[in-house]
Design a binder for this molecule. Structure first.
Ligand code: ADP
Ligand code: ZN
Ligand code: ZN
Length: 806
């Protein structure tokens, strides 16, 4: 038999399988979906078997070395999915496979040093020879670490043919094992032993008595650790094992990252709106019909309860469900809502877990020990075999798009998988992505609307503060008078406030503090970005640039400022203005340590602070009854990002942030400070009016030719030499112009906002298209061409439907 193997060579994607002969002793083990180690060129690599066959067109096939998995790690469906993903995102198939598996499954390549000519080596370099002879497994990197100066000597020895380097492939995926015992002897023998033991052996007696009380002695299998916890003696257990009454072995254990008690919850009686939304989902599941639902519900409308009750049905059907949640919303609070309802049926996957923990959660899924996985983006690849439902909460979140290879969007993968499984997908959001809502308008998706909060709690009232006005009145603080008043008022009432400061460090735009005007590109309607090195304002879309203006082009005031304030500065000001307030600051600095995020939130929940000040990480999922005031310090910092989605992101963020107030008995209030108080993204968010925002934004997108009216492709490249980078970028742009139809527009090449990264010069080209049958073939051609022509220095990425254009 012959195996088709995709080989792990990330540097130079080889997008086809290689044929390998399966040695007789491995035939039983090699199945599609297992990982194998194979000889490749002069090295050994890990590979994925995707198919078996009887014949190969090649003669003289090499044989497989070994098989890494007892059970295939890729199901047939995932093998197909990998091929699809590779094609869709222009990456190699093996990269796609790796993206679907926990990181622990990645091969760890080590270079093993082998002595070829010991006599000559002893002669030439006795010290090295002695060292290599004494080492059990001399690994190149480990030797270099201990003796950096030996690198040259080893290289010389390699050159002279005295030693050589062999690739070792280490499988990092290891289940945690715990020492355990089983009972080897029949009950009668244990009883005999019990009677024979003398008084001094009372510890062994205890063990035997304990065992004889077990109902199913023959199948008794327990970790020694647990028995010791019961008060039994480890030594006594070992003695009985020596006597052959017990047998030592291992139990594979699952590391449990959420090892904490969770109160069980029962399904709630649904509101009328919830019941209306749930019904069509259940019907689709019943009929095994693939459908995409867009569940558009205001914050607090009870979308999660709908998710929970549909999952319940999935479990009753004997099927499985995937729930995707944005990484930053995947808080213990969120997880416990699912664990509370479904207990041990839930696996959790997110980046906070250690490699081993992730691997264990993944194994629970593969071994069908759980029916539900709650996780961030990559959980969409959970190896369930009978998917009954995929839920994507906060479906508009840009984190669902992976920013490196493979550049997939979890929504697309979910829909692709759900089609194969004939099951529904539920997309949920208070502020759906424009693309999704447009699809629902066209009946590609089925819209489910929840217009009211559960129990008719009112949405918070929102006040917009005009920061230009504040400045005119001489207030240069980041706090308007009104916001400061309200914070003090909450302090007096012993209620809590959340203050939100959006900060995306790298992009600075220029704004007039008198009139709020932002310097924009005359061609693209996108704010210009300040490039400090050249003292220029540049457009990241078309390349337009201009000098930094001395006065406002709109009102001639000289109050032009670069925008951007940090949380630390705000905290200091808060301390100065309201010294008695207890503030918790949450940003990348204060949450770097594992678990600190959670700790800070817990402290705030226990009312150990009056004010929670933070960046986007506090925008979501927080649900504290005492929070009655939410302040957005500067709505503008997002509004003027050089991104055509800037308004959409602002609207989403303001809506999310506002949703944090007044979720419980106490009514909530929101203060939004802005230099653009009349901007529709700000006013529509203040009025909780998604519909109005959608109308307005669609109009602008249509006019400017952006999604959802057009699709985008972003082609980025980088090269250490600026001239070579420019030349290649020109070449690509000209290929695109020549080969794509006239209905597509090609922009660039332009230098992106970050013009150089790690000494590599960057260029970008953008394609806007509606229908372009030639697109994928041309993109594949470009990738192939630039990879094959030995331009190792050139890095090229193609991003279809990019979420950021930086
Ligand atoms: P969303 O996800 O739409 O923002 P949640 O699912 O968080 O809303 O629901 C908001 C609150 O309402 C939660 O505390 C939830 O427990 C509660 N809730 C949801 N559905 C019901 C219901 N049918 N009856 C009573 N309380 C409910
Ligand atoms: Zn001005
Ligand atoms: Zn421009």
């Amino acid at each position: 038999m012959i195996a088709e193997v995709y080989i792990d060579i990330p540097a130079k994607p080889v997008n086809r399988p290689f044929d390998y002969r399966i040695p007789d002793n491995l035939t039983e083990l090699v199945k599609p979906g297992v990982r194998v180690t194979v000889p490749f060129g002069r090295t050994r690599r890990l590979g994925f078997v995707t198919a078996l066959k009887e014949k190969s067109e090649f003669k003289q096939l090499k044989g497989l070395d070994s098989v890494e998995d007892h059970v295939p790690v890729l199901t047939p469906e995932l093998i197909e999915l990998g091929g699809w993903l590779a094609n869709q995102t222009l990456c190699s198939t093996v990269t796609a496979f790796q993206a679907m598996l926990p990181a622990a499954m990645k091969a760890d390549y080590k270079k093993l040093i082998v002595i070829d000519q010991i006599e000559r080596l002893l002669e030439e370099d006795p010290e090295l020879a002695a060292f290599l002879q004494s080492a059990k497994q001399p690994i190149w990197s480990e030797i270099i670490k201990a003796h950096p100066e030996w690198a040259k000597r080893m290289q010389r020895a390699i050159k002279h043919g005295l030693i050589s380097v062999q690739q070792l492939v280490k499988n990092q995926a290891k289940a945690k094992k715990a020492a355990a015992v089983t009972v080897e002897a029949p009950r009668s023998l244990l009883e005999d032993e019990l009677n024979q033991l003398d008084k001094r052996s009372h510890r062994q007696k205890e063990v035997l008595e304990f065992l004889l009380k077990q109902p199913d002695l023959q199948h008794f299998h327990e970790t020694i650790q647990k028995l010791v916890k019961h008060g039994l003696s480890r030594e006594a257990i070992m003695k009985l094992a020596e006597k052959g009454l017990l047998k030592q072995g291992y139990i594979e254990q699952f590391r449990d990252p959420y090892n904490r008690p969770v109160d069980r919850t029962q399904p709630l009686a649904l509101t009328e709106e919830q019941a209306h939304a749930l019904e069509p989902i259940l019907t689709a599941m019943q009929r095994e019909e693939h459908k995409v639902f867009l569940c558009h519900g205001v914050t607090g409308s009870g979308k999660t309860e709908i998710y929970l009750q549909s999952i319940q049905r999935v479990i009753e059907q004997g099927k499985q469900a995937i729930v995707l949640v944005p990484e930053i919303s995947l808080t213990p609070q969120m997880v416990s809502r699912f664990k509370g309802r479904f207990g041990d049926h839930v696996a959790v996957m997110h980046s906070g877990l250690s490699r081993g923990e992730k691997y264990d959660e993944w194994r629970k899924i593969r071994e069908e020990k759980v029916q539900v996985v709650v996780g961030a983006r990559s959980a969409v690849f959970a190896p369930f075999k009978k998917l009954g439902l995929i839920i994507i909460d906060e479906e508009h979140e840009s984190s669902y798009k992976q920013e490196d290879m493979p550049r997939y969007h979890a929504r697309d993968v979910a829909i692709h998988r759900a089609k194969k499984h004939h099951c529904p997908v539920v997309l949920g959001s208070a502020t759906p992505a424009l693309e999704s809502f447009a699809r629902a308008q066209k009946n590609v998706y089925t819209l489910l609307s929840l217009k009211e909060r559960v129990n008719h709690r009112p949405l918070p009232s929102v006040h917009i503060i005009d920061l230009r006005e504040e400045l005119r009145e001489g207030n240069r603080s980041v706090f308007s008078k009104e916001l400061l008043e309200k914070i003090k008022d909450r302090l007096a009432k012993q209620e809590q406030s959340v203050l939100f400061l959006n900060r995306r460090g790298y992009s600075t735009f220029m704004m007039c503090r008198s009139c709020g005007a932002v310097v924009k590109c005359p061609h693209c309607d996108i704010s210009l970005t300040y490039h400090r090195a050249q003292q220029l304002l540049k457009c990241h879309y078309c390349g337009y640039e201009q000098a930094v203006p001395a006065a406002c082009p709109n009102c001639s005031s000289d109050a032009m400022r670069f925008f951007g304030t940090g949380t630390q500065k705000v905290e200091a000001e808060l301390n100065r203005l309201i010294p008695e307030a207890r503030v918790i600051r949450m940003d990348v600095d204060t949450t770097r340590k594992k678990g600190s995020h959670e700790k800070l939130l817990r402290r705030f929940g226990k009312e150990e602070a009056d004010i929670l000040l933070g960046t986007q990480m506090i925008a979501k999922g927080l649900d504290f009854p005492k929070v009655t005031l939410v302040g957005v310090l500067a709505a503008d910092s997002l509004l003027h990002l050089p991104d055509f989605r800037a308004s959409e992101k602002t609207f989403q963020l303001l809506t999310q942030v506002s949703g944090r107030a007044g979720r419980h008995a106490l009514p909530g209030e929101v203060v939004i400070q802005s230099y653009a108080p009349d901007h529709y993204a700000v006013t529509d968010a203040a009025h909780h009016d998604y519909g109005a925002f959608y109308q307005q934004e669609m109009l602008l997108r249509k006019r400017a030719g952006y999604p959802p009216f057009y699709y985008l492709v972003l082609i980025s490249l980088s090269h250490p030499e600026p001239a070579k980078a420019a030349e290649s970028a020109e070449r690509i742009a000209s290929i695109l112009r020549r080969k794509l139809s006239h209905t597509s527009q090609i922009y660039g090449p332009v230098v992106p906002s970050v013009a150089k990264i790690k000494d590599r010069y960057r260029y970008q080209c953008m394609v806007k298209y509606k229908r372009e049958p030639e697109l994928m073939p041309v993109l594949h051609q470009i990738m192939q061409h630039f990879q094959d022509s030995g331009k190792a220095q050139l890095q090229l990425t193609v991003d279809l439907n990019p979420v950021t254009l930086m």
